[in-house]
Design a protein around this ligand. Structure first.
Ligand code: F6P
Length: 339
């Protein structure tokens, strides 16, 4: 069988481990692979190359994606779906393995409906893909953010400062909560729970009056204020993305003004998406890759590989599309219990 492989949306650590696993396992099955460059854009443009074991040698530990990626969704582009179908027919590609987050998976769902044989795998440092306990890249991002909190803490303590650390998380606060728990954050602001800046400032004043001389405040980039409490609208970048730093800077300003404490902000931004994947992400990516290659070879379609408990399962793409996996109440309670 001739299979096409693409990575779409924002990159993350672990994609190369997944690509390697798909190539190796498909080769064992006797299938051949082509790689599409820059996600769905490459499928529309017919930008592809034969992908062999030689291409994936030594990449298990490398960040980024050797295929390149792009935020491009063919179903939102005039004639995009037809162009994809045309490329597949012209290149005699019988099935696709598509690695992505919500936008890429939504496109995959549309193509599957149009009759393309399709297996997907979830990736995003935000960890917000529905139907899987983990997405590739999340573990690495949490490690990077936790190390940043550890580093910021010692300088905060030396200067008796409040440190605001902005992490990624457009619609959900998984990185903020996980790194916040691991790094001992004193306040965590996430999209799931709109904050009241006056309450946050009051809590910090109480902390510093009672026992603390420094505080760490973690804010997810998509965090929002409770209605009517703060006049703030995060500026939007291309494709509806959030302009990094806006909420972090604003929280820093407000806390400095409202508490009088010396306050600084650190924006972690794309450092969370770059560099070497953790062992956990490499293993998860490898498991997804092997499962995807097996599933496609066995004739499955319209499925996404998912981590459910300790097992890798296949879930329906149709059940995943358009849903968001938010941070559960239990984990949020652990975080706030430890302030
Ligand atoms: O991949 C998800 C994500 O990392 C979000 O947390 C963030 O808002 C967005 O990507 C940034 O995207 P870009 O790299 O296109 O600026």
């Amino acid at each position: 069988m001739r299979i096409g492989l693409l990575t779409g949306g924002g990159d993350c650590p672990g994609l190369n481990a997944l690509i390697r696993a798909v190539v190796k396992q498909s080769t064992l099955h006797g299938d051949t692979l082509v790689g599409f460059r820059h996600g769905w854009r490459g499928v529309v443009d017919g930008d592809l190359f034969p992908l062999t074991g030689d291409h994936v040698r030594g990449i298990v530990n490398q960040g980024g994606t050797m295929l390149g990626t792009a935020r491009f969704h063919p179903h939102e582009d005039n004639g995009g779906i037809d162009a994809v179908l045309e490329t597949l027919k012209h290149e005699r590609i019988e099935a696709l393995v598509c690695v992505g987050g919500d936008g890429t998976l939504a496109a995959a769902g549309k193509l599957a409906e149009a009759g393309v044989r399709m297996i997907c795998a979830p990736k995003t440092i935000d960890n917000d893909v529905w139907g899987t306990d983990r997405s590739i890249g999340f573990d690495t991002a949490v490690g990077i953010a936790t190390e940043a909190l550890d580093r910021v803490r010692t300088t905060a303590e030396s200067h008796d400062r409040v440190m605001v650390v902005e992490v990624m998380g457009h619609h959900v606060g998984w990185i903020a909560v996980a790194a916040g728990i691991a790094g001992g954050a004193d306040q965590i602001l996430i999209p799931e729970e709109p904050f009241d800046i006056a309450e946050i400032a009051a809590r910090l004043r109480h902390r510093h009056r009672s026992y603390a001389t420094s505080s760490i405040v973690v804010v997810a980039e998509g965090a929002t204020a409770k209605h009517g409490t703060l006049d703030f609208q995060a500026p939007e970048g291309p494709f509806g993305s959030i302009v990094a730093g806006a909420i972090g800077e604003r929280i820093k300003y407000e806390l400095q003004e409202r508490t009088g404490f010396d306050t600084r902000v650190t924006i972690l931004g794309h450092t969370q998406r770059g560099g070497t994947p953790t062992a956990t992400d490499r293993i998860l990516a490898s498991r997804f890759g092997v499962a995807a290659a097996d599933a496609i070879h066995e004739g499955a379609t319209s499925k996404m590989t998912a981590l459910v408990g300790d097992s890798i399962e296949l879930v329906d793409i149709a059940d995943v599309a358009g849903k968001l996996k938010v941070v559960p109440e239990e984990l949020r309670r652990v975080a706030s219990s430890l302030y």
